[in-house]
Design a protein around this ligand. Structure first.
Ligand code: G3P
Ligand code: CA
Length: 251
């Protein structure tokens, strides 16, 4: 069995744990990041937003309603209010007491231990968020080339370009939501003028798309894999990394 698994991922495709290993622990919590490292994922992905008092925090939705025992918008709550919430119980009682992490504590804890793919979520709600993220990376000395990859990505390509112009030493990726038209040549050329990664919905990926991205000297990390069959199809198409809730599915 081991030989077959090794052959499937012979090109060392990166395993990227989506919101941490979110199939096994509450998304975007230290428990999920710990699980990602335990499972030997190469990177974990996090979503970042900003508290009312300007701290970068790790949470997917623009409200705390779905993933904590609180309610309200992230941007209307102070760091202290956000930190008082339970971000684990909704997933399973054993995770009670998990907190919404700050970007700073994630960088402190995982610097040198795991790659981190940072998604800037809803940047239009948080003017200046790109500069703050850049400052945090510099404070943690993560703006220089590093063994463990640090990548910044967003669906908002203006935000990606803003971040890139502030801190060009940190590679950036463009996220692409599913669309039937695919990615035009014009878009591909534009992305390649600043981005190192094009990260589309897995539904858009075939060998042709992978080749076009490689021809533009970029790499591709599709999302979000939740079954072994799609993991295998992406490996066959030749992707460079796979963003998944289940790091053990990338074999
Ligand atoms: O990393 C890409 C993926 O996370 C994008 O979708 O909604 O899970 O942030 P979402
Ligand atoms: Ca995300």
């Amino acid at each position: 069995v081991e030989t077959v698994q090794a052959e499937k991922n012979e090109n060392k495709v990166l395993t990227i744990a989506h919101r941490g290993a979110s199939g096994y622990a509450p998304e975007n919590t230290m428990a999920a990041f710990e699980k990602s490292v335990d499972m030997k994922a190469d990177l974990f992905e996090i979503d970042v937003q900003m508290s009312k008092d300007g701290e970068i925090v790790v949470i997917h939705d623009t409200t705390v309603d779905r993933t904590t025992n609180g309610s309200g918008k992230v941007k209307k709550l102070t760091l202290e209010e956000l930190r008082s919430l339970d971000a684990g119980s909704w997933f399973r009682e054993e995770f009670a007491g998990e907190k919404i992490p700050t970007l700073s504590e994630v960088l402190d804890k995982y610097r040198g231990k795991s790659g981190i793919l940072i998604e800037i979520k809803s940047p239009s709600l948080y003017p200046g968020i790109e500069k703050k993220i850049a400052e945090e990376l510099k404070e943690h000395n993560l703006h220089k080339p590093h063994n463990e990859k640090i990548i910044v990505q967003s669906f908002n390509h203006d935000s990606v370009q803003t971040f890139h112009s502030i801190l060009p030493s940190v590679p950036v990726g463009v996220l692409i939501g599913y669309n039937e038209a695919g990615i035009s040549s014009e878009e591909m050329n534009e992305f390649s003028s600043y981005a190192e990664y094009v990260n589309p919905s897995k539904k858009m990926v075939d060998e042709d798309l992978v080749d076009r991205i490689h021809d533009h000297d970029m790499e591709i990390h599709p999302w979000t894999v939740r079954d072994r069959k799609s993991a295998d199809a992406l490996l066959d198409a030749g992707v460079d990394g796979i963003i998944t809730d289940y790091p053990d599915y990338i074999e």
